[in-house]
Every structure is written in structure tokens, then in C-alpha cells.
Design a binder for this molecule. Structure first.
Ligand SMILES: Cc1ncc(COP(=O)(O)O)c(C=O)c1O
Length: 456
């Protein structure tokens, strides 16, 4: 085949691939994919900046950002350049060998976080698994000769940490855990921001306390400073790891490199993922020297984690956040958004509260949020609803004031033009303060994972 014919062939295949109709895509997905996602009819084909485009030329302002993944928006020229460059060099190199970017990226993450060492993973849930393993390994290494190591793991009500067994065990909503019981033994949930409950459950058998600095899936709930400080004291006293899950709230989203940097004391271990490599699969565990020392060669590993392509991309993401001053932008655009959202709170009686920091924001409603999400999509605005009634906004960190204005005006017309959705349950409708305490943990739910009551 001549070079020209080969080129023509490739181009035709590309057209055929891109020309697949919406109906065919939906039919094939319905027939061949496992039944795990409920998707709207739209098929997105590409994005540019803060906008996504569909197969019919529709344009959408994206205020979900791939659930906090697309922090630089779509097809950022610096990211496209690095991905192209590294794809032509080496997409993967085994972790049995050095690569040019892991050390550089780890050094930058250490500088951003205030921690010492890094292990690269492929996803958020894998970072959580590794963090739990480090806490268990550290506890085992510390156990005096013959004594049983600490194995209990505490998490918070309302938490979401991922879908693999360890992460799932410490994810609070029963609907995620129950179909897969039994899970990992030794886990228990502390009431969110409840210091007395923390003190009661943090006994000498605890090896780790895991918490999202700001709960994302849980509905944009920040951990209080008093709770964080007490958690730090107890973890230090009992030789347990304080683990901050910054998979959704970290890497500039709150206007700080890490959400926990608003507090004065550091966690021992931090997990990150989502935005780190602009959408390529990469996560990481960051830990101080004390807990990192629990690992030695052979104890933990991964095939893909930290390959040269993803690490080079991640390095470019972090440098772009620095060069384009995107943390400052997150603070400023976030403040504009909060002002606009608060105005809506006054105008629509079903809007109860605005929560969050920087560009991680939630709007708590007294009615169901999904009809608004659907109406927004029809009007070219992408947003999300968590816990049935909390609208969640996670736009790219490089949005401009014009995007904020466009978003607020679209959201307002959605609120005006959508028939009022059903009110949510009486319990949650009592007001924002009530909602701020996630639902009660019942013994029936905890049977598989909690310590026996007598041991608490
Ligand atoms: C706070 C938090 N932790 C962990 C995870 C799991 O990350 P992944 O989906 O990459 O496994 C998520 C995902 O939404 C998350 O928001």
C-alpha cells in the first residue's frame, strides 16, 4: 500500500468512527456495557476551555469539570503539547526502572504538601487502599514483641472514599457498601465534626483516621478546625495515622494547594488523584517520613502508576496552576460565585444554603435537585446533584468572570423556568443546620464493619 493510500485509509476509519450515530452509541452501550451508570442522551465529542461540545454542535458550560478532574478545562495547549510529546517517546516504562519524571513530580508534590515522600497510583481509590496499608504496616512495625498490632480504622459519617474493598469499607452510605458485604474488618464511623464521638471511638486499637478535608459526594461539608485539631492530637497521642483524602478538594480547588492548609497542623498521609494529570489516570499517596518508613521494597507496588507520560503531564498541570495563578483565580472566582449564589438564596425559597470554598461549592435545596440538573443540561449548562438535593459545582480553576456571569444567569433561568420539584424528606427539610449532620449510623448498617460495641 502506498503511503498516500494508507493515510486515506486512516482518515476514512477516523470518519467512520466519529460518524457513529447517537442511537448506535446508546444501543451498543445498553447492550454491551455493565449496568452501572444512568446517562443522559447527550454524547459529548470534545471540549475547549470551560466548554464541552456534543455530536450535534451543542455547546455546554461545564461547571462539573469531570467531577473535579478537568481543573484546566479541556484541551489546554500546554497539556496537549506534553501529552503529544511524551506519547511519541514512552507512554509506559516499568516501575522496575527509573523514569525522568517521577522524582521531579514527587519533589513538587512534597513542596506543595509539606510531606516527604510519594507513591504513585492509578486512581483515587487505589491511593486510599495504599494509605490504609501504610497505616496498618506502620502499626504492625510499632507493635511491641508479641502484642497485637492496632488495626482499627476510623472514618466519618457522610464520607466517600472509593469503590474498592478498603475504600468502600470506609465509605459511609450503606447503599454503596451493603451489596458487597462483608467488607474489611476493623472499620468504624465517627459522627461528622463531633469531637465527643471522636474521643469515644479513638481508642488505643486505632491505626488510622481517614477524612475528606471537605466532603464532596457527601454534600460539600468542611471539617471544622476544632475537629481537625483534636483528630491531630489523638492521632499523635495514639501513634495512629491522620489521613486526609484530598482527592476531590486538593490541588488548588479551594484556592490553596491543599484544603488542609487552612489548618495549622499537617496530616501524616494525604491521598490525591482526580485533577493531578488533567484526566489521565494518576493518583498518589503522600506521607511524612515516619509513616513512609513502614514500606520497604516489595511491600507495595503497581504496574501502571507513575509512568512517564502521566507524570510529565501532572508536572505540567502543577506548573500551569502556578504560572497562571489559578489558586488565586479559584479564590476570586469562587467569591464571585458565592455572592451570586447567595443572591439566589434570597430570591428562591427552596434555596437554603451556599457551602464550600474556592471553586468547590454546593447549593443546598429543600427540593429535589435532579430536575434542575436536567433542565440545565437542556440549556447548555453542566452541573451535578449529590444527596438528591445538593447542587454541586466544580468548574475548571481557570474560569473567568464572564463564565461566572453566564453560569449565574443560566442557573437563574433554570430556577425560574423549571416547575417546582418535589420537596425532600421532612428530616432534611428542617433547615441547613439539620442537614449539616449526616444521617445517623445504625448498628444494622455497621454490623459487618464496626468493632463490637464492647470493644469501643
Ligand atoms: C474524596 C474522594 N475520595 C476518593 C474517591 C475515589 O476516587 P476514584 O474514583 O479515582 O477511585 C473520590 C471519587 O469521587 C472522591 O471524591
Amino acid at each position: 500500500m502506498t503511503k498516500r493510500a494508507a493515510k486515506r485509509g486512516a482518515a476514512n476509519r477516523d470518519v467512520a468512527y466519529r460518524g457513529v450515530s447517537r442511537a448506535t452509541i446508546r444501543r451498543d452501550e445498553a447492550r454491551y456495557l455493565m449496568n452501572t451508570y444512568k446517562r443522559p442522551a447527550v454524547v459529548f465529542t470534545h471540549g475547549k476551555g470551560s466548554y464541552l461540545y456534543d455530536d450535534r454542535g451543542g455547546k455546554y458550560l461545564d461547571f462539573l469539570g469531570g467531577i473535579a478532574v478537568n481543573s484546566l478545562g479541556y484541551s489546554h495547549p500546554r497539556i496537549v503539547k506534553v501529552v503529544r510529546r511524551e506519547a511519541g517517546r514512552a507512554i509506559h516504562l516499568s516501575n522496575l526502572f527509573h523514569n525522568q519524571f517521577q522524582g521531579l513530580l514527587a519533589r513538587k508534590l512534597a513542596a506543595w504538601s509539606g510531606l516527604d515522600r510519594v507513591f504513585f497510583t492509578n486512581s483515587g481509590t487505589e491511593a486510599i487502599e495504599g494509605a490504609l496499608k501504610i497505616a496498618r504496616a506502620y502499626a504492625r512495625a510499632q507493635a511491641a514483641n508479641g502484642s497485637a498490632p492496632k488495626t482499627r480504622i476510623l472514618a466519618l459519617t457522610g464520607s466517600f472514599h472509593g469503590r474498592t474493598f478498603g475504600s468502600l469499607t470506609i465509605t459511609y452510605p450503606a447503599k454503596y457498601r451493603e451489596p458487597f458485604m462483608p467488607l474489611v474488618p476493623g472499620a468504624d464511623f465517627v459522627k461528622f465534626n463531633d469531637i465527643a464521638d471522636l474521643e469515644a471511638r479513638f481508642d488505643s486499637g486505632v491505626c488510622a483516621l481517614v477524612m475528606e478535608t471537605i466532603q464532596g459526594e457527601g454534600g460539600i461539608f468542611p471539617v471544622s478546625e476544632a475537629f481537625w485539631n483534636r483528630a491531630r492530637e489523638l492521632a499523635t497521642e495514639r501513634g495512629a495515622a491522620l489521613i486526609a483524602d484530598e482527592i476531590q478538594c486538593g490541588l488548588g480547588r479551594t484556592g490553596r494547594a491543599f484544603a488542609y492548609q487552612k489548618f495549622k497542623v499537617l496530616p501524616d498521609i494525604v491521598t490525591i488523584a482526580k485533577p493531578i494529570a488533567a484526566g489521565l489516570p494518576l493518583g498518589a499517596i503522600l506521607a511524612n517520613e515516619v509513616f513512609s518508613s513502614a514500606l520497604s521494597p516489595g511491600m507495595h507496588g503497581t504496574t501502571f502508576g507513575g509512568g512517564p507520560l502521566v507524570c510529565a503531564t501532572a508536572l505540567e498541570v502543577l506548573k500551569t496552576i502556578e504560572d497562571e495563578k489559578l489558586m488565586k483565580n479559584a479564590r476570586e472566582r469562587g467569591a464571585e460565585l458565592v455572592r451570586g449564589l447567595k443572591e439566589l438564596t434570597g430570591r428562591f425559597d427552596f434555596v437554603r444554603e451556599v457551602r464550600g470554598e474556592g471553586l468547590m461549592l454546593g447549593l443546598d435545596l429543600s427540593v429535589e435537585g435532579t430536575p434542575f440538573v436536567e433542565a440545565a443540561l437542556e440549556r447548555g449548562l453542566i452541573m451535578n446533584c449529590t444527596h438528591d438535593h445538593i447542587l454541586r459545582f466544580l468548574p475548571p480553576l481557570n474560569i473567568r468572570s464572564a463564565h461566572v456571569k453566564e453560569f449565574l444567569s443560566k442557573l437563574e433561568s433554570v430556577f425560574v423556568e423549571t416547575p417546582r420539584p418535589k420537596s425532600i424528606g421532612a428530616e432534611s427539610a428542617k433547615g441547613a443546620a439539620k442537614v449539616a449532620t449526616p444521617p445517623k449510623w445504625t448498628p444494622a448498617e455497621s454490623r459487618e464493619t464496626a468493632m463490637p460495641l464492647a470493644a469501643r
